[in-house]
Design a protein. Sequence first.
Length: 162
Amino acid sequence: MNVIVDAPPDSSLPPPPCSTTGLICVGTTVAMNCNGACWVGCTQTANVPNQDHAVTACTAWGGKLAPIRTQADQNCVEQIFQGELNWIGFEQSSTATSLTTGWTWNSDGLTPTYTHWAAGQPNDVNGNENDHAEQCAFMDDNGTWGDSQCGNAAYFRFSCRK
């Protein structure tokens, strides 16, 4: 069975309306059409308790947390948050045996063909994957990615795509 994931839009049709309606966000929201999809961002006034909270909010809105599959997607998320940390929905399997393996998009389990790790990332805190300390990724303030604990509540923002 062939499954088309994120098919390109029909260029003869105008882009669908993009709205934050239905997005549960205690704070500021922004919506924009970008790279053939609707992207919304949530900047909460309080910490997002964990990445699962962001996943739930995106799913309730009808979208997916991030995913960033291309440089064009990367540019969309950077444009929404303009230098602010945010969850992107990239997770590492708890059975991974090295720092760079086992990463997939939590929205669909697809193995990445594009990444934008910061220098020295992912590092799982101590440079050794044996303790599985950092299994989720975030976008940092300069647009590169780092790994973090999935329960880290230090990130106030997340982006969704549909």
